[in-house]
Design a protein around this ligand. Structure first.
Ligand SMILES: NC(=O)c1ccc[n+]([C@@H]2O[C@H](COP(=O)([O-])OP(=O)(O)OC[C@H]3O[C@@H](n4cnc5c(N)ncnc54)[C@H](OP(=O)(O)O)[C@@H]3O)[C@@H](O)[C@H]2O)c1
Length: 218
């Protein structure tokens, strides 16, 4: 696949690197330094390169939006036309100092994003894990028990693309339903962050849902 990275920081830089190592064609874009984008592309070692947001989305099978909420409009305006584009967002609608969700309960960042780019196929994924765990999950991808990763969206084929990328990073993708379910997954991401950054054991934290076999009462 061709994946355009819109925001090449902790999340975008790492996910782009992993996807390049997994064999995808990746374009890193949107950082404050072009040198950083070039270094990311060089170090990813696969078919990766640096580009502008417009170059990143042109001809891409998926664009990964990974910017602070306050940068969303800016990066979208630089990306240009996203009609028909699968846009996977790992962004959370946080306030400036990253202490609170500014959209919640009656809407979500993912839904607000979909309103900003109504012709794009928005999928919310990768919001619910800290960046620190991503390389470890990728390295452990051949183990039988993979961590879960929830994703949601209204476009089934877009969700299929996202699920494939989630699987390639090393997670077990869990389809949580339509995009409005991001109202639940986004606050859940803050719970995971709380456990990762304030709990014991450090930030390399992922989660796994287990469905127990149904047993009839005897
Ligand atoms: N970090 C996590 O563990 C995590 C987990 C789940 C969800 N999220 C969400 O994912 C999104 C991305 O988080 P992140 O931690 O990856 O953020 P980040 O490290 O700050 O990355 C944001 C990217 O945007 C770029 N950027 C910021 N201002 C810019 C400007 N004026 N012009 C050009 N580029 C600019 C940054 O450039 P530079 O590279 O030059 O700084 C960086 O590449 C956020 O919405 C966050 O809430 C993060």
């Amino acid at each position: 696949m061709r994946v355009g990275i819109l925001g090449s920081g902790l999340m975008g830089g790492k996910l782009g690197t992993i996807l390049a190592r997994a064999g995808h064609e990746v374009v890193f874009s949107y950082a404050r330094s072009g040198q950083k984008l070039k270094a990311l592309a060089r170090d990813a070692k696969g078919k990766a390169r640096a580009g502008t947001p417009r170059e990143a989305v042109r001809g891409a099978d998926a664009a990964l939006l990974a910017v602070h909420w306050s940068r969303t409009e800016n990066v979208l305006s630089q990306a240009g036309d996203l009609a028909g584009q699968v846009v996977i967002t790992c962004s959370l609608p946080m306030n400036e100092d990253n202490t609170e969700l500014v959209v919640a309960h009656t809407s979500s960042g993912a839904e607000e994003l979909a309103r900003m780019i109504p012709k794009a196929r928005v999928v919310a994924a990768f919001q619910t894990v800290p960046s620190e765990v991503l390389f470890g999950v990728y390295e452990a991808r051949r183990k039988a028990r993979r961590p879960s990763l929830v994703y949601c969206g209204d476009d089934e084929s877009g969700k299929g693309v996202a699920a494939e990328l989630v699987r390639e990073v090393g997670f077990d993708p869990v389809d949580a339903g339509p995009l409005r379910i991001a109202r639940y997954t986004e606050p859940f991401a803050l719970l995971v962050a709380q456990l990762a950054y304030e709990g014991e054991g450090g930030p390399e934290l992922a989660y796994r849902f287990e469905r127990l076999a149904h047993r009839r009462p005897s």
